[in-house]
Design a protein around this ligand. Structure first.
Ligand code: ZN
Length: 115
């Protein structure tokens, strides 16, 4: 959000009014959805981060986890429940290390339970 806040703080009154109009008319959402779709289409098939299996049919049986801070959500797709469990165990270990280090304000994976 900091990047967006910086951009907004540099806009003129007229530019802000136009953006506000785009927001109320849904144009901004369409623009964001279009941009996200283009990213997703160019990424190719998902790869399981645990066993490196290529997942061609993401909608059929694959498991997708969204995690991370709400301003920086991440997505990972798994081919099997075992791989998802291993990944969550990995997140727990990272989280526990961060808590032990007292680095609670920088815990990128801290809120995965909130999803
Ligand atoms: Zn896997």
């Amino acid at each position: 959000m900091n990047k967006l806040s910086k951009i907004i703080s540099e806009l003129s009154y007229e530019e802000l009014k136009l953006i506000k109009k785009d927001l109320s008319e849904g144009n901004m959402e369409n623009l964001i959805n279009s941009r996200l779709k283009s990213f997703e289409e160019t990424k190719g098939p998902a790869i399981c981060p645990i066993c490196n299996t290529q997942i061609n049919d993401v909608e059929n049986g694959a498991l997708t986890l969204f995690f991370g801070e709400k301003d920086f959500r991440r997505k990972a797709t798994f081919d099997a429940v075992d791989c998802l469990e291993e990944f969550i165990s990995h997140l727990k270990r990272i989280n526990e290390k961060k808590i032990r280090r007292g680095n609670e304000d920088n815990g990128a994976f801290r809120n995965y339970k909130d999803i």
